[in-house]
Design a protein around this ligand. Sequence first.
Ligand code: MG
Length: 257
Amino acid sequence: MKIARARKGNEEFYCIVESSTVIRLSGGLEQIFDNTYQTLNTYHKSEVEFLAPCMPSKIVCVGKNYSEHAKEMNEGEPAEPLLFLKPNTCIIGDGCEIEYPSISKRVDYEGELGVVIGAVCKKVGEAEALDYVLGYTCLNDVTARDIQKSDMQWTRGKSFDTFCPIGPFIETELKPDRLQIVTRLNGEIKQKSNTAHMTHSVKKLISYISQVMTLLPGDIIATGTPEGIGAMQAGDEVEVEIEGIGILRNRVVIINS
Ligand code: MG
């Protein structure tokens, strides 16, 4: 099932998307996760505006989780998951614009599988970790690479507003371990890999993170990017496509302020 968040008039709601139909749901992600929601009105897709499919309290990201990407960065593979955070003010949805910050000279795409948590998740083992997942979405861990490299750590370079596009949907019926992931820039393939090549699996990541911080419904884990990272320019269109989920498409713009 494909879960989205949408706006109609001044109301925002979760919904199920079935081809050209949108079925409005009562309640939030917890009710969707528990199957205790009710279906309300049905609309045609063209009648609603789609939003980012959820608004996390935090985005927990994993660095260098594909060995070929660790190699291209001239850095070793971490023996344990390497974690950092992005604030939720980075979140934008499919079709929204990535704002190129005036203080950066190099802004990169990083196509990634996003894991959306469905239930409060604290100190879980790997065996039950996937039981806490609502579903999966496409994610772009946009990075001001020059700032990431010049600072002692990654917060500033990873945290500009609009630097975490997610969407277009949360797919709830998917196994995360063998999905093709492709990133295109202006239609040209730049990253092409498979989640099977992750160093640390999704269940390992959930368990590892949950030993440190409680994951809440709607929280997102960005599971790392494969090889092929590169720069974007204003006017570029970037797409992250993951098998079974869909295509997340965003354009890069310069905002004069
Ligand atoms: Mg990343």
